[in-house]
Design a protein around this ligand. Structure first.
Ligand code: MLT
Length: 268
């Protein structure tokens, strides 16, 4: 991993391969490692950039409130540090998708394409906001383990949960390794994120929307509506996957992403 210094913070960032840049943005409370089944595959013909967001993985800890806009600003600064001037394809999952929408809003000129995975554009309803504030308190008081145990059963499709303990363990390890103050700050940031539904109809880069068939956190119907609101967006449902689609069904996910990237190459 490279050490990246940006916005007076220090980040751990995978920067691998050469070619058109592909930026992977992880979900909550995970790390770049959630893309481990994508990084070597796509680095064969892309420059793959996969940061640990602040407060997660190998990046600096942070406290207070980190908004989705703050994370998007971090991404732009990381690209600057790495001297990535070419527009990127940004692929974000869940919280990574919330961040991606802020990136679209502020840095449209730096985007060549967009991949929104298991995410949503709407803001949280009051019950969810309350729960996020509870998570922020719990993680400070008791650490990341109880938060991980509460999140894990909803994160996967039934097949992954029953038959692939190594995937569940990998996600548990990422969750537990996150910094409690960073998890709390991101949880508060998600709670206060704005409704971005109005942005969807203005997105004018090639867009792919991906959802796991068994995702209960950002369900298929909601993701389909999101895709329908984005002009020309492609929509793909990945079988045998819940919310953490790239880890649960990497072959299915990679095939769909590769096809999308190939289509973009043809259009050039
Ligand atoms: C994620 O995977 O990033 C989370 O499910 C996001 C959220 O809690 O809304």
């Amino acid at each position: 991993m490279k050490r990246v210094f940006a916005r007076e913070l220090e980040f751990g960032v995978v920067d691998q391969g050469q070619g058109s840049p592909l930026l992977f943005v992880h979900g909550f409370p995970l790390s770049h490692a959630m893309w481990n089944a994508q990084i070597p595959v796509f680095a064969a013909d892309h420059r793959v950039i996969a940061p640990d967001l602040r407060g997660f993985g190998d990046s600096v800890d942070t406290d207070g409130v980190v908004s989705m806009e703050d994370f998007a600003d971090d991404l732009a600064a990381i690209l600057d540090f790495l001297n990535v001037r070419e527009p990127v394809v940004l692929c974000g999952l869940s919280m990574g998708g919330y961040i991606a929408l802020q990136f679209v809003r502020k840095y449209r000129q730096r985007l060549r394409g967009l991949v929104l995975c298991d995410t949503r554009a709407s803001a949280d309803v009051p019950e969810v906001v309350e729960n996020r504030m509870k998570v922020a308190r719990l993680v400070i008081e008791s650490g990341t383990q109880p938060v991980a145990e509460a999140m894990l059963p909803k994160a996967f499709g039934p097949k992954t949960y029953a038959e692939r303990p190594e995937v569940v363990e990998a996600v548990r390890a990422m969750m537990i390794a996150s910094d409690p103050t960073g998890v709390a700050a991101a949880s508060r940031g998600m709670a206060t994120r704005p409704d971005m539904t109005g942005l969807l109809s203005t997105i004018d880069v090639p867009t792919l929307v991906i959802v796991g068939a068994d995702d209960v956190l950002t369900p298929v119907d909601e993701m389909r509506r999101m895709a329908e609101a984005i002009p020309g967006a492609e929509f793909r449902i990945i079988p045998e996957a819940g919310h953490v689609t790239p880890l649960e069904n990497p072959l299915g996910f990679n095939a769909v992403l590769a096809e999308f990237l190939e289509g973009m190459r043809d259009e050039r």
